[in-house]
Write a protein that binds this ligand. Structure first.
Ligand SMILES: Cc1ncc(COP(=O)(O)O)c(C=O)c1O
Length: 377
């Protein structure tokens, strides 16, 4: 979204406000990646001897990241994947063996955003539950299991996948009790259950339930490395040693045996170190900020009952979206509105919120509201 603006560094030229290191960016889960910041971090890691080359994603910093993540998640092993899409697909494919069904949320990334890869690349049929809702219930899952074993042809479910937080549902999380009930049923039925936990660390920071405790309920877990750990791409798939064993062959078969994965893995390792403290601080600041925004007449920030780092900004119909976002941009605040995926503007909290004092952000929202009212010329 390049704009002709004066950046807070004083330069007047076309620039992407998201890339301005002084902007508060209410978009995305981590601080926006910029080439400058990435290169500076790589240089620092190189000087510290923390970039150790791999060989086609085997060894070096990639292996360091794998063992660190396995340990944090309380799993026996982990494998780095160049994308989360690949981690989900390869993990579910391994769980399924010769079974042909995966039950998942209709709103999940796997069902909506991975191009039907399960069916097209793996001959697995995705069975979507919970249409337009964040998650399915244990009773819905039971029904789905029953249907798979009582139809004309026995067609057992090979794996269940749970995404949480749910990206397409404004980051709402699957409540703990539902997660326990669903995973217990899977265990009772002997059906492997996978967690698409791209944002698992954020969920944990919000709910106070450790990543290890969440992971313990699942046979496999995927965590993203680039959404909030500052790597340019990639993620990790963790599980039992026998599950992870040999998956590097599948990774290569699917085209993911990246020759220099260590650059991404090294950045990710550093990002894990920084994440918790910064994110907790950001959430606390956001709480205080939203209380301040709620005091502005005409503005209300909705907190989802089972929300994570995403909040809904409620403004009355008199507001011109373009003028509102433009006015915020002038104050170095970035908001994506309108969006094709959610009817109202969403405020994503990430650590860029630490860049401006709350008083300044509140003033900017108040000004933007006044300047963008259609009923006031
Ligand atoms: C919940 C979830 N799962 C998986 C992915 C896929 O990750 P990648 O972009 O690395 O393929 C994403 C990416 O947006 C996601 O939000």
């Amino acid at each position: 979204m390049p704009n002709q603006l004066t950046s807070s560094s004083g330069h007047s030229h076309t620039f992407d406000p998201k890339a301005d290191p002084n902007s508060v960016v209410f978009v995305g889960d981590g601080e926006p990646h910029t080439p400058e910041a990435t290169i500076a971090r790589l240089s620092k890691l190189l000087k510290q001897g923390k970039l150790i080359p791999d060989h086609y994603s085997l060894g070096g910093s990639v292996a360091d990241l794998e063992s660190r993540m396995a340990d944090e998640l309380g799993k026996e092993a982990a494998i780095w994947m160049p994308t989360g899409t690949m981690a989900n697909i390869i993990g579910l494919r391994k769980h399924c063996g010769i079974n042909a069904r995966v039950v998942l949320q209709e709103q999940s990334h796997i069902y909506q955003d991975e191009g039907d890869a399960l069916s097209r690349l793996c001959s697995i049929n995705a069975v979507p539950l919970a249409l337009n809702r964040p998650h399915f219930t244990v009773d819905e899952l039971k029904e789905s299991f029953k249907a798979s074993t009582t139809g004309r042809v026995l067609n057992p479910v090979g794996a269940v996948s749970v995404e949480s937080p749910v990206r397409r549902q404004a980051g709402q999380v699957v409540p703990w009790d539902d997660m326990v009930a669903v995973t217990e049923l899977c265990r009772k039925e002997g059906i492997p259950v996978h967690l698409d936990g791209a944002r698992l660390y954020m969920m944990s920071a919000v709910t106070g339930i450790s990543v290890r405790k969440y992971a313990s309920m699942f046979d496999s877990v995927y965590v993203s490395s680039y959404k909030y750990f500052g790597a340019p791409f990639g993620g990790v798939l963790a599980g039992k040693a026998e599950f992870v064993d040999g998956l590097f062959n599948d990774r290569r078969m699917f085209g993911g045996g990246i020759p220099f994965g260590y650059l991404a893995a090294g950045l990710s390792l550093e990002g894990i170190d920084d994440f918790e403290v910064k994110f907790d601080k950001s959430l606390a600041k956001a709480k205080n900020l939203f209380e301040g925004l709620d005091e502005i007449s005409g503005i209300y920030v909705r907190k989802f009952k089972n929300g994570s780092n995403i909040f809904e900004l409620q403004l009355d119909d008199s507001i011109d979206a373009e003028k509102f976002t433009e006015s915020l941009l002038q104050a170095s605040i970035v908001l994506n509105w309108p969006s094709s995926e959610w009817p109202r503007p969403l405020l994503h909290v990430n650590s860029s919120i630490l860049r401006l004092p709350n008083s300044e952000i509140i003033q900017a929202f108040s000004d933007a509201y006044q300047r963008s009212r259609k009923d006031v010329s």
